[in-house]
Design a protein around this ligand. Sequence first.
Ligand code: AMP
Ligand code: ZN
Length: 499
Amino acid sequence: MLDFRNKLLFATLDGMFGTIFGKKTPISHREIKLFNSESGKLEVFQPLSEPHVTMYSCGPTVYDYVHIGNLRSYVFPDILKRVFIRNGYLVKHTINFTDFGHLSDDGDAGEDKMMKGLKREDLPITLAGMKQLGDIYIKAFVDDMDELRIMPPTTWARASDYVGKQVSLIKALDDKGFIYETSDGAYFDISKFPTYGRLGKINIQKLQEGARVEVNSEKKHPADFAVWKKGELGWPSRFGTGFPGWHIECSAMALETLGKQIDVHTGGVDNMPTHHNGEIAQSESLTGKKFVQYWMHGEHLRIDNTKIAKSAGNSITMRHLRDRGFSGEDYRYWLLTAHYRSPINFSWDALKAAKQALYRLKRHMYEEFKQRSNVPDTAYMEKFDACLANDLDTPGAIAVLWEMMKDPKLEEKTKCGTLMAMDEILDIGLSEDPSEGRRLLGVVGQQELSHEIQELIDKREAARISRNWAEADFLREAIARKGYTIEDSPQGPKITKNS
Ligand code: AMP
Ligand code: ZN
């Protein structure tokens, strides 16, 4: 039987190829409202070409491990995608890898991040070296995404595989008079695109007044941005050897993989002012069509209320979470308890509380439900889905989940079925086969315990029954030292193996 992740994958593929199961299923979907950063309003979602939905998510610059903040920016598009699919849409989704040309400043200043990575890892400063660096961190990123149970996109687009397209777009922009050449590259002339800065309502006038003159005296306007950076390393173009700019990469990959107009484009809030306004200006100047219908931006994750930065020594990666015993599901669950448009502050205590709550849910799912079913309660599912259709209100949806769990009137097997249906969207590890679920929880069956541990457990049970608490505590500690946790339950002692 296909699990939901596979079903979703098929639905995504279906989005790619039209239909794969022979006939089109008639579409029935609830009204989905999304906050569009461009209008600054909640809008009813209407795709350009129903039942198809195209989505583009700006991917990471693959010069280092991504931090847990970066990963937050891929969890909300994952929820969005699942909500679309649940509502009958066929989704085609692209996530890119930026493997050249992103400077440490989102504008045209600072060090090239890939160069920084090459130097750090003592790799040759060549295109082959960059490819090697990219390979390492692309793999690490895809592994992190998998650990967070984020569905793979229809297309992973690697910027260096689309250089030809970028060069041809730059040529077309030049032919249409949108760009000008300087000694260090070629720049998009924002005065030729009157609505430049409309995303996030950037005050262009103010930008000009506040500009630092020394940055690049050849730029006609401080907001003009590089479409080509000249250099010794790179690819050939009409402006000589060099790299395409960061923004043209995304325009090229979006246009090439999804078409001239796309439904949804996502990214973190930091992408909005420069990168996304750049993408709009280039793409719309080329096609004459509105590039993106719904712009969606996720708020940042902060640590100790400070921006995450290697230089601040507070960059936490998935490996750090794993080292402290947290799984991708724990982190995913914690992220989903906040709305994607709310800034959140990471703390180990908050993550620990989320882990415990999720553990309680899993215990219910794999141990306490004696009767199982996959039939959900329609009323609770309606409330849950309504939250998600309201601009991905995951905290609201999780509140409905706990309300359902605490409902004394609901049968155990219905709770089980409802949790499973909710997990199709949340994907927090509630849909395992019960024996696998128990194994993952570390619940140990009596037959799996060594004779020595079983003896300690029996002695402790005897001490407990005879109310000899000191002896019972002593034995509990002895069992803990052997790597097991003992808990008392109405069915007798429960043993879990410590991770
Ligand atoms: P980058 O590799 O810098 O292009 O970042 C990859 C993605 O992570 C982009 O969508 C950024 O907007 C996003 N991002 C960067 N920092 C954070 C953060 N602290 N919280 C959430 N998303 C972030
Ligand atoms: Zn991008």
